[in-house]
Design a protein around this ligand. Structure first.
Ligand SMILES: C[S@@+](CC[C@H](N)C(=O)[O-])C[C@H]1O[C@@H](n2cnc3c(N)ncnc32)[C@H](O)[C@@H]1O
Length: 165
């Protein structure tokens, strides 16, 4: 949790001058959403989950809660927010390693179209996002404890749309 908090704070500083919304994949009990809301009070934060747990500590307004399986909700959302996501945080992993790898591959495949050039990606799992470059983690965060990427300035929506070239 501390590693995540440290990475989120670093990411918030990196996107300070980059307009755009935030995607939070995995509401869980809402601790990360609460932290993001505190650090980015002026950003729109869209939160994705298949459920809202009864003991959630912080829940987004209905307008910013995207309920359903990522397989159904993410493809539509990336089209809606094409090139407009400044920060993507994903924490949908579980103890099921095969599920985690499959989900990481799905997320990696779908998110490039939504990410702004210079956007930051934070993830509990390693991702392979076209146009994103792995970043060194902030001091004090052990390697592989979290994963941080930055979209190339020339990447994002254009890079994932071959017809835009
Ligand atoms: C580890 S929890 C997230 C914890 C969160 N960061 C917090 O602060 O509590 C993972 C969440 O991802 C959601 N999730 C996992 N796979 C999903 C999928 N394929 N579609 C939608 N939600 C999913 C689960 O329902 C769960 O709430």
């Amino acid at each position: 949790m501390q590693a995540q908090r440290t990475c989120i704070e670093a990411a918030c500083a990196l996107i300070a001058d980059l307009p755009g919304v935030v995607f939070e994949l995995g509401l869980g009990v809402g601790r990360t959403y609460s932290h993001l809301s505190e650090k980015l009070p002026d950003r729109e934060i869209y939160v994705f989950d298949r459920q809202v747990l009864p003991h959630v500590v912080s829940v987004p307004p209905a307008s910013h809660l995207v309920l359903g399986e990522l397989a159904d909700t993410l493809p539509q959302a990336v089209e809606r927010f094409r090139g407009k996501v400044a920060l993507l945080h994903t924490d949908v992993g579980s103890a099921d390693i095969a599920y985690g790898m499959k989900t990481a591959a799905f997320i990696s495949q779908h998110v490039p179209v939504a990410l702004a050039p210079g956007a930051v990606i934070l993830s509990d799992q390693a991702l392979n996002v076209s146009g994103a470059v792995a970043m060194a983690l902030p001091d004090g965060v052990a390697e592989d404890r979290y994963h941080m990427y930055r979209m190339d300035a020339a990447a994002g929506a254009a890079a994932s749309n071959p017809t835009a070239a």
